[in-house]
Design a protein around this ligand. Structure first.
Ligand SMILES: Nc1ncnc2c1ncn2[C@@H]1O[C@H](COP(=O)(O)OP(=O)(O)O)[C@@H](O)[C@H]1O
Ligand SMILES: [Mg+2]
Length: 360
């Protein structure tokens, strides 16, 4: 057995990093995990061997402190989940004294900017909702005249969670929303898609696909508590295997990066013609609920770490969608997530229907 690897994880008390940490704990290898978080409360939740509070990624002391912790704990590899930290670590990857396994920095810059991503997809003739940068009222007027009755507003840079998401068919309401969010110049308006989404989570090395798995989202947790319905918190996720999604997602990635390396999570939303349109690539990190795949038998964090260390990979059944379709991951606040299947969920409904027949 090889030596225990020492891995540093940022945002260590957040749900996404916790799913990463739990995945590594479920792998056949033992890891020593150092957790850092910039929130003193979240830090308490980190399921790591060591915990350190750090400044926020935009603080001038972030890098010096991170470097000091890396040195002191002899961490060999860093995985980061919050977008801002992914960006900062990527920009300084040669200076941290630790291994990373990230896409090119340019790719990270483009993917973390939804307007820049949109431009690349449009250029590559990928179907994506028509989008207009809103600098002022006249841009907003143009959006309403060109994009359809109802437009989808959102922030160009969002750390997830659908920042600034709002749709309306009323110009005055849209104007008030952008003003309220201080969004002039940093918001876009887009054609409105449906509420059906699918994500395609993939790992690459030297331009080659190692593994990818599709997952649709049945609903947003707490979706009825926000105006746009989008909370960024996945409710129930379901594994999918759809060649159309596989094909589009790969084109979406190659439109931005012809040599993918590391993690690319393509978020797609269906249009009214049932074509999945890209809305963003979550870059260099896994989507929050990836413990779903681990529990179902595809441990992406482990594959990712093995690739980063140039070691032999665990057995992967196939590159595209190795998991069976229609597995379901039901999650919510204060509940342990449940791994089940659409079949089992349907059985409950069938049973109720039988009762209903009996009383009517
Ligand atoms: N043009 C659009 N029309 C309808 N819904 C959209 C549109 N753009 C984004 N959304 C919704 O907002 C969600 C979040 O968008 P996404 O691009 O994943 O950004 P982020 O997760 O960073 O906020 C999408 O999954 C989708 O449900
Ligand atoms: Mg998203």
């Amino acid at each position: 057995m090889s030596r225990v690897k020492r891995i540093i994880v940022t945002g260590a008390g957040g749900s996404p990093s916790t799913n990463f940490i739990r995945s590594l704990r479920l792998s056949p290898e033992k890891f020593f995990i150092v957790g850092v978080d910039c929130d003193e409360y979240y830090l308490q939740r980190a399921e790591t061997d060591l915990k350190f509070l750090v400044p926020g990624a935009d603080d001038k002391n972030y890098l010096p402190i991170l470097k000091q912790i890396i040195k002191e704990t002899q961490a060999e590899f860093i995985y980061s989940q919050p977008d801002m930290e992914v960006n900062k670590i990527s920009a300084n990857r040669d200076d941290l004294g630790v291994k990373t396994f990230l896409p090119a920095h340019k790719t990270i810059e483009i993917c973390q900017n939804k307007l820049e991503s949109y431009k690349m997809w449009k250029q590559a003739q990928i179907k994506t909702p028509e989008t207009i940068l809103i600098n002022n009222e006249s841009d907003l007027k143009e959006a309403f005249s060109k994009l359809g009755k109802s437009v989808w507003l959102r922030a160009i840079v969002s750390p997830g969670g659908g920042k600034g998401s709002f749709f309306t068919d009323d110009f005055e309401v849209a104007k008030a929303w952008i003003k309220h969010c201080k969004g002039w110049g940093s918001f876009t308006a887009s054609e409105r898609l449906t509420s059906q989404t699918v994500a395609w989570l993939s790992i690459w090395k030297k331009g080659e696909l190692i593994v990818a798995q599709g997952r649709k989202r049945l609903y947003w947790e707490f979706g009825n508590r926000v105006p746009s319905g989008v909370t960024g918190l996945t409710g129930t996720g379901v594994t999918v295997c759809d060649p159309l999604v596989d094909d589009i997602a790969q084109k979406v990635i190659f439109a931005i990066d012809n040599n993918p390396c590391g993690i690319y999570g393509v978020d797609l939303t269906y249009d009214k013609d049932r074509i999945p349109n890209p809305t963003e690539i979550n870059i260099g990190r896994f989507f929050t609920t990836h413990l779903f795949f681990t529990k179902a038998g595809l441990n992406m964090p482990y594959i990712f770490v093995k690739l980063a260390f140039d070691e032999e990979l665990p057995d992967i059944k196939k590159k595209l969608n190795p998991l069976p379709s229609d597995l379901a991951w039901v999650r919510g606040m204060d509940f342990e997530p449940i791994l089940t299947s659409l079949k089992e969920i349907k059985a409950d409904k069938d049973k109720l229907n039988q009762y209903l027949k009996g009383i009517n």
